[in-house]
Design a protein around this ligand. Structure first.
Ligand code: NAD
Length: 259
């Protein structure tokens, strides 16, 4: 039986940890040749090695997605290693612990968050789209968040704003490239207790405050988000572009939650 990503080359940014690492295993098991691209070179290499040990295709590349030259090199690495690019999973993101309400958030934190979460996605698209076009088309999966859709009183103004920008960018890229066989969709996860969220919801009170608003009464699992990413990356979503796929335990559809 052929995999859902058979014959495709996929770059996964932020592939060294959390949801990106899980996606690297899953995408490769579904037939993709995976480039694990991450700031954390050692962990990225460990993920790529683990994937190849499972008998699938993966390499790693060290990249800071906010750095134009490094992103260009990353795309070149995918094309040189595997002959093209079909899936660009822009998953790398940061959520600084000192991101708060506007009055308490430093300009440095704002700029750093936007450099990774927004400029990073822009740069990966800037250099990835040409490679996708040369490969006959492809699918861009930009990771935004449920916070791009609704405000939260547990504030993280820079992060929330950056994810809103990712959503807007995704729609525009979808519109521009729709006739070239290049699709772009946003994946909007609800809260998943990866290292990123654990850092932000650092104590039990903060976690409980978030849990109260989730109709399902639990955090999401990384695998539940990767299932969505896989659908968006694959041809199963071939008539879908410019959309936001919310996988959030019901948060954004509800006003009150069950007792
Ligand atoms: P994570 O912190 O576990 O992993 C993120 C990865 O990105 C890390 O490997 C990190 O090294 C890498 N990274 C950070 N900055 C980078 C840079 N400049 N260049 C390259 N790589 C960089 O995070 P996660 O929870 O798996 O999050 C993945 C994505 O999902 C992020 O975009 C995040 O904003 C988004 N998201 C997460 C949640 C959640 O609850 N965890 C919810 C909604 C959206």
């Amino acid at each position: 039986m052929s995999g859902r990503l058979e014959g495709k080359v996929a770059i996964i940014t932020g592939g060294a940890n959390g949801m990106g690492a899980l996606a690297a295993h899953r995408f490769a098991a579904e037939g993709a040749s995976v480039v694990v691209a991450d700031f954390d070179a050692e962990a990225a290499e460990a993920v790529a090695t683990a994937v190849t040990d499972e008998g699938f295709a993966a390499t790693s590349v060290a990249v800071d997605v906010s750095d134009e030259t490094q992103v260009e090199t990353m795309v070149g690495h995918a094309v040189e290693t595997y002959g093209g690019l079909h899936v660009l999973y822009n998953n790398a993101g940061i959520s600084p612990g000192d991101d708060d309400r506007p009055e308490n958030t430093s300009v440095e934190t704002w700029d750093r968050t936007f450099a990774v979460n927004v400029r990073g996605v822009f740069l990966c698209c800037k250099y990835g789209i040409g490679a996708m076009r040369d490969s006959g088309g492809g699918s861009i999966v930009n990771v935004a968040s449920f916070v791009a859709h609704m405000g939260a009183a547990t504030p993280q103004i820079a992060y929330t704003s950056s994810k809103g920008a990712v959503l807007a960018m995704t729609r525009e890229i979808a519109a521009i490239h729709a006739r070239e066989g290049i699709r772009a969709n946003a994946l909007c996860p609800g809260p998943v207790l990866t290292p990123l969220l654990a850092k932000f919801l650092s104590d039990d009170a903060k976690r409980q405050r978030r849990l109260v608003h989730i109709p399902m009464g639990r955090f999401g699992e990384a695998a539940e988000m990767v299932n969505g990413a896989l659908f968006l990356a694959s041809d199963e979503s071939s008539y879908m572009t410019g959309q936001s796929l919310l996988i959030d335990g019901g948060i954004t559809s509800t006003y009150t939650t069950p007792e």
